[in-house]
Design a protein around this ligand. Structure first.
Ligand SMILES: [Zn+2]
Length: 169
């Protein structure tokens, strides 16, 4: 649409020259629109930058979590169970919003033959999956359910062995 000339009749139909009628008002509106667009664009850029920062922070955090979580597994495999327990408890404190601490603490209890405690930890893991089902697949939950069943069996076995020992005394 061609711009109305300053000396043209005003498009509002008043019959006055544009410069003496709506020109001021139209320019002000154009300026306001341009300012709003700049502000919106800047806000979008800021938002994207913040999202990138959040994403990077989350990525670093998740790498740190993975490293700390793997360190517990290494300690368990090395048989350094006291250190492993300490590290697992630190995971629980540092990353209370994820299941990893209970997962690793369960591994430590298992390695010590503390089956009941291990099963309790794995139940906590399952509570996490129930609270955030979108973060976990069914296989994950099943693997912990299986572990719990196995551990309960070990607990029952251990108890019946104790009872047998009592009876034979
Ligand atoms: Zn006008």
């Amino acid at each position: 649409m061609p711009r109305t000339g300053r000396n043209d009749p005003c498009p509002c139909g008043s019959g006055k020259k544009y410069k003496l009628c709506c020109l001021e008002k139209d320019r002000a509106a154009e300026f306001a629109t341009a300012v709003r667009q700049r502000v919106a664009l800047q806000a979008q850029k800021d938002n994207q930058a913040a999202q990138r920062k959040d994403y990077q922070a989350a990525l670093l955090e998740s790498q740190a979590l993975d490293a700390a979580s793997n360190a517990v597994v290494d300690l368990v495999h090395a048989g350094r169970l006291d250190e492993a327990e300490q590290a697992a408890r630190e995971l629980l404190v540092r990353y209370p919003e994820v299941h990893d601490g209970y997962d690793r603490l369960g591994m430590v209890h298992e390695a010590r033959g503390q089956f009941r405690e291990a099963a309790d930890c794995y139940r906590k893991v399952i509570e996490f999956t129930r609270a955030n089902p979108e973060d976990y697949d069914a296989g994950f939950v099943d693997s912990f359910l299986e572990l719990i069943v196995k551990l309960e069996f070990c607990v029952a076995e251990a108890e019946s062995a104790v009872n047998d020992a009592d009876r034979s005394r």
